[in-house]
Design a protein around this ligand. Structure first.
Ligand code: MN
Length: 235
C-alpha cells in the first residue's frame, strides 16, 4: 500500500439531525445574489442568471460554536442561506430531475469579508479572500429531505430569518429566491459535474450587515432547523 508523505486531513463532514452519523462533504458551492431584494441592496439588478463561487470544505463550522473574528476585515457580514446536500451527482441535471439529487438540506451562514469582496471585485480580481476563509461556513445539522413534511420536500417555500443579538435582520421566504433549488442545481451542473457530498449554499435574502466580536448570530429556516454562532475576539 502506498502511504502519504504527510498525515492526510480528516474528511470534512456535516452533522445530521437526529443521528450520530455524518454527511461527508466534498466541495462547497455558493450562489451569488439569489434574492431580488438582496441583489438590489448590493447595487445590482435582479435579472441575471445565477453565478457561483466556492468555499473550502474545511470552512464548515458546527452550530453552537464561537468563531474568532477573522483577519483582514473590518466589515464581517452574515448571510443566512438554505444549504443543499447533494446525495447523487450528475452533469447537465434537468430542473425536473434536480430534487431527486438532493439528500438533505440545512441552515447555513455564508460569512463574508465584505470589504475584501468589494475591493477585489472592483479590481476585477477573484472573490476568494472575501468568501473562502477559515470558519466562513457555519452549518446546522442537515435534515434528509425525505424526512420533511411532503409539502416542504421541494424546498420551495418556508420562512428564512436571521437575528443579531436577538434583533431580526433578515426575514424572507424561500419562495423569494430568484432561482429555486431545481434551477440552481441545473445551472451548477452545467458548469461542473456535481458529486455526492457537494454542498450548495443557495444565496441570502436582503438585510445583510456587519457583526463584531461579542455578537450572537442566530437564524433558521422553517421545517429545516436553527443555527447559532457567537463571534469571538480576533484569533
Ligand atoms: Mn451568500
Amino acid at each position: 500500500m502506498t502511504g502519504y508523505v504527510i498525515t492526510p486531513n480528516p474528511q470534512a463532514s456535516a452533522a445530521v439531525a437526529g443521528t450520530d452519523e455524518r454527511f461527508p462533504v466534498r466541495r462547497i458551492f455558493c450562489v451569488g445574489r439569489n434574492y431580488a431584494a438582496h441583489a438590489r441592496e448590493m447595487g445590482f439588478s435582479d435579472k441575471e442568471p445565477p453565478f457561483f463561487f466556492t468555499k473550502p470544505a474545511d470552512a464548515l463550522v458546527e452550530t453552537g460554536s464561537t468563531i474568532p473574528y477573522p483577519p483582514i476585515t473590518e466589515n464581517l457580514h452574515y448571510e443566512i442561506e438554505l444549504v443543499l446536500a447533494i446525495g447523487t451527482g450528475g452533469a447537465n441535471i434537468t430542473p425536473e430531475d434536480a430534487v431527486s439529487h438532493i439528500w438533505g438540506a440545512g441552515v447555513g451562514i455564508d460569512f463574508t469579508r465584505r470589504d475584501q469582496q468589494i475591493a477585489h471585485r472592483e479590481k476585477g480580481r477573484p472573490w476568494d479572500w472575501g468568501k473562502a476563509f477559515d470558519n466562513s461556513a457555519p452549518l446546522a445539522p442537515l435534515v434528509r429531505t425525505a424526512d420533511l413534511p411532503a409539502e416542504r420536500q421541494s424546498l420551495a417555500e418556508g420562512r428564512i430569518w436571521l437575528s443579531v443579538n436577538g434583533e431580526i435582520q433578515q426575514d424572507a421566504s424561500l419562495a423569494d429566491q430568484i432561482w429555486n433549488v431545481s434551477d440552481v442545481i441545473a445551472f451548477c451542473s452545467q458548469s461542473v459535474t456535481l458529486k455526492a457530498g457537494d454542498l450548495i449554499f443557495t444565496g441570502t435574502p436582503a438585510g445583510v450587515g456587519a457583526v463584531t466580536s461579542g455578537d450572537v448570530v442566530t437564524g433558521g429556516i422553517e421545517s429545516i432547523g436553527d443555527i447559532a454562532i457567537t463571534i469571538g475576539p480576533s484569533a
